[in-house]
Design a protein around this ligand. Structure first.
Ligand SMILES: CN1c2c(nc(N)[nH]c2=O)NC[C@@H]1CNc1ccc(C(=O)N[C@@H](CCC(=O)N[C@@H](CCC(=O)N[C@@H](CCC(=O)O)C(=O)O)C(=O)O)C(=O)O)cc1
Ligand SMILES: N[C@@H](CCS)C(=O)O
Ligand SMILES: [Zn+2]
Length: 763
């Protein structure tokens, strides 16, 4: 007997139903009741899809974010939102999204405006959570209502329910202290609330609770390791069985700690930490369940079921009933259902599995282990065929691409001259003022733009009509930029559905789905393209749009590309070769685009590497080898141009202290970064290291609807000038403006350009 279970299911809906319901409500076009009703229906639908499992997750559904849900469960709300009136779900959205100054007016007498909670990435995924905030005044207070309500719903549906919560140590570790309070100082009072929560669940007759502690796959110092022992020794008195779930990586130094926590079971990611499973068998106390995460919850490939069984059968033999099987992590990170993909190439589709299919795979493995492989002979045979065709497919393996990679030399990543020489040639060509102004690339992706694209994709708008609509948007954005007086213009990225998917759609070796949406944050989703084969660029991808944009202005037009590391990190990538190899292939393809843009007379080219920093491995010990190939890939992409061509790069998650040497090694002429919320303190790294090239530290936060004040931006730039010589500073927002509205963007940029003029006048 093997127990099958799931750690979490995607909640956005196969057709992004939750996204549309939330956005309609936020726009005032629907009711809170409609949102709640949809939540109920989605949970029912998703439990029905998991009906074959021995245990299904309850509490993995969130209207915005599972970490924010946990903050509500623990009563840990920032002081600024306490005392809000109205429905709790409204308050929840308010913490998540803030309340802008404009809409705050209606609440001026009661609760006013409020800043949104800070968002950051969930471990090494492209999912972003609302960061729990802690202060010395933090007091936790249990609110189990959400979990109890979902538990009741699940039971009404005869679901074999396993509540899922975030564990206390991870909850503290992923939060942020807003004063000098140490997070660990809050552990004793936090544990009281966890005890109460677990007892409440026990009183409802819950047998198992999944308690997620992914922080165990990171490097933990002695205090944090001690916190684990403290926490679970206290929680062991609770009358539920705890399954501590770890995922996204290896336990490494924390293996012994994890194996010996006084709980009933441990879940381990057998995709990323396969080599740890057998040693764990010897380490695990005899009463403990081992949940083995054998299906990859982070990619979309079919599992090699036969190979998995070869490995798993001896383990099952040793563990007997103590073996549980699951995906490696929550399925939040993969799309819902491959069956929706009727337009996908049939052969490629035969290689794939989305969340629903991954649960089928789990079932096949469990049946094979309990009844023998013969019981699932046909399924195993068809799985074998799919794996074998993918392995040997000529669509995957392209000798020319492999040959090009073998010819890579360090010279390819080397600019002709050092920055100082390039900078004077670029200055002579571009004739920019001091404190030049620019933006990061995208302008608002309006409903009209999205609508035109969806009409085009549905065949209701022809290519010429679509091109004309996008050109009109480009022309509008150029007119606006000229009127604003910006110095280096952008075309606005109207034609791009997404900064990664757009390139995936045009490169050979990529497939893309119609409905393969994955939640990125709140209601926002991305549709990661599928990198399945050796990569090449059949034709130029951006040149016509940028040439058109340049034809409308005499100001320099910045060509806009996404870099290889970001394309890699935000795609579903191959699992049959190292990530570095796919990255070098992407680098060669984007390099051709850079050279074509230069050939077309574009003198400034930005290569976004928003995901370079966030792609760092979870363990610092693995950082350098990643940085080596990531930086080299960028250099190959960028550095084939003449001295006069100015290369920009952009990164929005800009904690650079630890990696500043690698950032400098990229050797971009200009780097634009997100800094405004840190009062330019993030620039300290650039000062300490004496970063040699130009920097555009973001002067306003594009995530906020608030219009930045001119004087504040001047102050920020003055702080920047204390850290970086003024002649190497640019003035720009933190990131692209695609999620904003024109009514916000225009006054914000007007103030920004005015700030630059003040700085010039004072220089
Ligand atoms: C910078 N960020 C990005 C990350 N990852 C990426 N791959 N891309 C990024 O930009 N990770 C970190 C951050 C995360 N931030 C964001 C910010 C914004 C979004 C976002 O806005 N996503 C959109 C979806 C974008 C998209 O691809 N849209 C398509 C489809 C448009 C659509 O929904 N059409 C409707 C019909 C519309 C109509 O007919 O009127 C439909 O198909 O039903 C497109 O533009 O063509 C979102 O809406 O969630 C994501 C991450
Ligand atoms: N050029 C992109 C970068 C986002 S990180 C944009 O402006 O949206
Ligand atoms: Zn950005």
């Amino acid at each position: 007997m093997v127990t099958t279970h799931n750690l979490g299911f995607p909640r956005i809906g196969a057709k992004r139903e939750l996204k549309f319901a939330l956005e309609a409500y936020w726009k005032g076009q629907s009711t809170l009741d409609a949102v709640k009703q949809l939540g109920h229906e989605l949970r029912q639908r998703h439990w029905a899809l998991q009906a074959g499992l021995d245990l299904a997750p309850v509490g993995d559904f969130a209207f915005y974010d599972q970490v924010l849900d946990m903050s509500f469960t623990l009563g840990n709300l920032p002081a600024r939102v306490q005392g809000f009136h109205g429905d709790e779900l409204d308050n929840y959205f308010r913490v998540a999204r803030g309340r802008s100054a404009q809409s705050a007016e209606a609440h001026a007498q009661c609760c006013g405006g409020v800043a949104a909670g800070e968002m950051t990435k969930w471990f090494d995924t492209n999912y972003h959570y609302i960061v729990p905030e802690f202060t010395a005044a933090t007091r936790f207070k249990l609110d189990a209502s959400r979990l109890l309500q979902q538990l009741a719903e699940a039971r009404a549906q005869q679901v074999k329910a396993k509540p899922v919560i975030i564990g206390p140590v991870t909850y503290l570790a992923i939060g942020k202290s807003k004063d000098d309070t140490s997070q660990l100082a809050l552990l004793p009072q936090l544990l009281q609330v966890y005890t109460e929560l677990l007892e409440t669940l026990a009183a409802q007759g819950v047998e198992w609770v999944q308690i997620d502690e992914p922080i165990l796959v990171t490097e933990l110092d002695a205090d944090w390791q001690h916190a684990f022992n403290l926490a679970y020794h206290q929680l062991k008195s609770c009358r539920v069985k705890l399954l501590v779930a770890t995922y996204f990586g290896q336990l490494a130094d924390n293996q012994y700690l994890a194996a010996n926590l006084p709980v009933a079971g441990l879940h381990v990611d057998a995709i990323n930490a396969r080599s740890e499973i057998v040693p764990l068998l010897g380490m695990l106390p005899a009463h403990k369940v081992l949940s083995v995460g054998v299906i990859n919850g982070r990619n979309i490939w079919k599992t090699d079921l036969n190979a998995t069984l070869d490995w798993l059968e001896p383990i099952a033999e040793r563990l007997g009933e103590r073996l549980w099987l699951a995906p490696s992590c929550s399925l939040l990170h993969v799309p819902v259902d491959l069956d929706s993909e009727q337009a996908l190439d049939l052969e490629i589709r035969s290689w794939l599995a989305f969340a629903t299919q991954k649960l089928d795979e789990l079932q096949i493995l469990a049946t094979a282990l309990t009844q023998g492989r013969a019981a699932v002979k046909d399924q195993l045979a068809s799985n074998h065929t799919a794996i074998a065709t993918r392995r040997s497919s000529q669509r995957v393996h392209k000798p020319q691409v492999k040959a090009a990679l073998e010819k890579l030399t360090p010279q390819l990543g080397q600019r002709q001259n050092a920055y100082a020489v390039r900078a004077s040639k670029q200055a002579a060509l571009l004739k920019l003022p001091k404190y030049p102004t620019t933006t990061i690339g995208s302008f608002p992706q309006t409903a009209d733009i999205r609508h035109a694209r969806s009409e085009f994709k549905a065949g209701r708008l022809d290519a010429a009509g679509y091109q004309a609509a996008m050109q009109a948007e480009i022309a509008r954005s150029i007119q606006e930029q000229e009127a604003l007086g910006l110095d280096v213009l952008v075309h606005g990225e109207a034609e791009r559905n997404d900064m990664v998917e757009y390139f995936g759609e045009q490169l050979d070796g990529y497939a893309f789905s119609q409905f393969g949406w994955v939640q990125s944050y709140g209601s926002r989703c991305v549709k990661p393209p599928i990198l399945f084969g050796d990569i090449s660029r059949p034709r130029a991808m951006t040149v016509d749009w940028i040439k058109y944009a340049q034809s409308l202005t005499s100001k320099p037009m910045k060509g806009m590309l996404t870099g290889p590391v970001t394309i890699l990190n935000w795609s579903f990538v191959r699992d049959d070769q190292p990530r570095s190899v796919s990255c070098y292939q992407l680098a060669l393809a984007i390099r051709q685009e850079v050279l074509d843009l230069e050939q077309a007379g574009i003198n400034v080219i930005q290569i976004d590497e928003a995901a370079l920093r966030e792609g760092l491995p979870l363990r610092k010990a693995q950082w350098q080898s990643y940085l080596d190939w990531a930086v080299e890939s960028f250099r190959i992409t960028a550095n084939g141009v003449a001295d006069e061509t100015q290369i920009h790069t952009h990164m929005c998650y800009s904690e650079f202290n630890d990696i500043i040497e690698s950032i400098a090694a990229m050797d971009a002429d200009v780097i634009t970064i997100e800094t405004s919320r840190s009062d330019m303190e993030l620039l300290d790294a650039f000062k300490t290291f004496d970063y040699p090239n130009e920097i555009g530290p973001g002067v306003y936060d594009i995530h906020s609807p608030n219009i930045p004040d001119q004087a504040d931006m001047v102050k920020l730039m003055q702080l920047a000038a204390e850290r970086v010589p003024a002649e190497r500073l640019w003035v720009n927002p933190d990131c692209g403006l695609k999620t904003r509205q024109w009514a916000e963007v225009l006054p914000a940029l007007r103030n920004m350009v005015a700030a630059a003029k003040t700085l010039r006048a004072n220089a």
